[in-house]
Design a protein around this ligand. Structure first.
Ligand code: ADP
Ligand code: ADP
Ligand code: MG
Length: 448
């Protein structure tokens, strides 16, 4: 069993992992960059060490330093959280080579799924529906034009190593494809250090629905239901809910079958999310698999009552998933609002700065996962997430009402936040009637 665990991350997810470790009796070591010396995660951990300067490559992404520290501190495991090194197979491999348990899948599985174009091909082999698109990588504009003619416009040019909603461009016709293809390639190279591109049919105004899966080293795979993340801005999630109100039971079961099949096809071990887009006729298509814990995992915890970080740790320790599919029951409805330090009514400009005071909501079914406190200064170097406001209730309507009152109670002074924006979204008829889609905020809501 794991005795001491290093958290190779910062912010809210580092705090989240420490909480579970405490409950499991596992000692924790936090690492922090110089800019994060006031961050809550370093105070909550049993021990904490400065990993390096502010630059991500010299701190949270510095593989050699992190492994060195884990060994020096006698940690037997590392949890990578999300972002940073969580989907870096070299890091996962180096942990194993140094006898440190990596809380995540095997590095071979990260490789297979981390490259989005390869993952598509793997899914086609496994008979999981994918968005119509290119077979493998498209390396030049001539092939891109050829393939787009077959798929039919509009097409989406996507970076095979893209993530965080970045690295994709729409082309409505050949002219736009010619104009965008090389730009997209150059952007991918500078953002992800890799310019391999692939093409997908651009599905107009889809829903984003994903399935939380877990596999263990005994070949068992179970799912923890679906999450609807259709409320997005620039391909990034803004509100998530589970389970999706958009699916009928038949489609939902087909989606679960596809996600479990996808997971089994790569002998997956650990927590993963199989992401799909769903069109207006409720056809669903695989888009990618994230081989890590996800930002929005708490809503699945709320309706299943199961600690998913704990399950990750148990599986990485070699244990069996202690639940059969029938044991996993879905109770009520949950919604998460991402709370960011940004000025939503000013082109979502990030607003780092000092939080003078914060009042956190409470009451039945309310959870706030965060790493900030009154007096804390949000550094401008990392992402702008302040926290995640999560509500549970018996049904969707009650949950929306609870979220509205919890947002009313959440008062953040000193920095601009998107709380008012979230209140408006939560009150919008379109969301209440479940008629939104992934382009709703950009194309409809902000234009009003
Ligand atoms: P989720 O898929 O869990 O909903 P996000 O897409 O918001 O989460 O990503 C989680 C975190 O990881 C965010 O901080 C995001 O910026 C970061 N991230 C994800 N993929 C990448 C990537 N390929 N490169 C850089 N950052 C990434
Ligand atoms: P990331 O790795 O950045 O999370 P994804 O492939 O998961 O990238 O896509 C992120 C979002 O972009 C989706 O949730 C969806 O809103 C949009 N998207 C991705 N592929 C398509 C597509 N083929 N058609 C329409 N929208 C898409
Ligand atoms: Mg995604």
């Amino acid at each position: 069993m794991i005795k001491k665990l290093l958290i190779a991350n910062r912010g809210e997810i580092a705090v989240r992992i420490i909480r579970t470790c405490k409950e499991m009796g596992i000692k924790t070591v936090a690492i922090y960059s110089q800019a994060d010396k006031e961050s809550l995660h370093r105070y909550m951990a049993d021990e904490s060490i400065c990993i390096g300067p502010n630059k991500i490559s010299e701190s949270y992404n510095n593989i050699d330093n992190i492994i060195y520290l884990a060994m020096k501190m006698k940690c037997d495991a590392i949890h990578p959280g999300f972002g940073f090194l969580s989907e870096n197979s070299t890091f996962a491999k180096k942990c194993i080579e140094n006898n440190i348990t990596f809380i995540g899948p095997k590095y071979e599985q990260i490789d297979k799924m981390g490259d989005k174009s390869t993952a598509r091909d793997t899914m086609i082999q496994a008979n999981v529906p994918v968005v119509p698109g290119s077979k493998g990588i498209i390396s030049n504009i001539k092939d891109a034009i050829e393939t787009s003619k077959e798929i039919g416009y509009p097409v989406l040019v996507k970076a095979s190593s893209g993530g965080g909603g970045k690295g994709m461009r729409v082309a409505n016709d050949e002219e736009e494809l010619v104009a965008n293809f090389d730009i997209a390639k150059a952007e991918a190279l500078s953002s992800f250090g890799n310019d391999e591109m692939y093409l997908e049919k651009y599905v107009k105004n889809p829903r984003h629905i994903e399935v939380q899966v877990f596999g263990d080293s005994f070949g068992n795979v179970v799912h923890f239901g679906d999450r609807d993340c259709s409320m997005q801005r620039r391909n990034q999630k803004v509100i998530e809910e589970c389970r999706s109100p958009y699916l009928d039971e038949k489609t939902r079961n087909e989606l679960y079958d596809a996600a479990v099949k996808a997971t089994k096809s790569v002998d997956y071990i650990g927590a993963g999310t199989v992401e799909f887009i769903v069109d207006k006729d409720r056809n669903f298509y695989f888009i990618e698999m994230n081989t890590r814990i996800q930002v929005e995992h708490p809503i699945s915890e709320m309706i299943t009552g199961i600690d998913l970080i704990k399950l990750q740790i148990l599986i990485a320790s070699g244990e069996k998933i202690p639940y059969s599919q029938e044991d996993i029951k879905f109770n009520g409805h949950a919604i998460e609002c991402r709370i960011n330090a940004e000025d939503a009514f000013n082109d979502f400009r990030p607003c780092p700065g000092t939080i003078e005071s914060i009042h956190v909501p409470g009451g039945l079914g309310v959870r706030f996962d965060s790493f900030v406190y009154g007096g804390y200064t949000i550094p401008p170097l990392y992402d702008s997430m302040i926290g995640k406001l999560i509500c549970w209730a018996n049904d969707r309507e009650e949950c929306i009402n609870r979220m509205k009152r919890a947002l009313d109670e959440l008062i953040i002074e000193g920095v601009e936040s998107n709380v008012e924006f979230q209140k408006k979204l939560m009150a919008s008829e379109v969301f209440i009637k479940d008629e939104h889609h992934t382009k709703f905020i950009e194309n409809e809501f902000m234009n009003k």
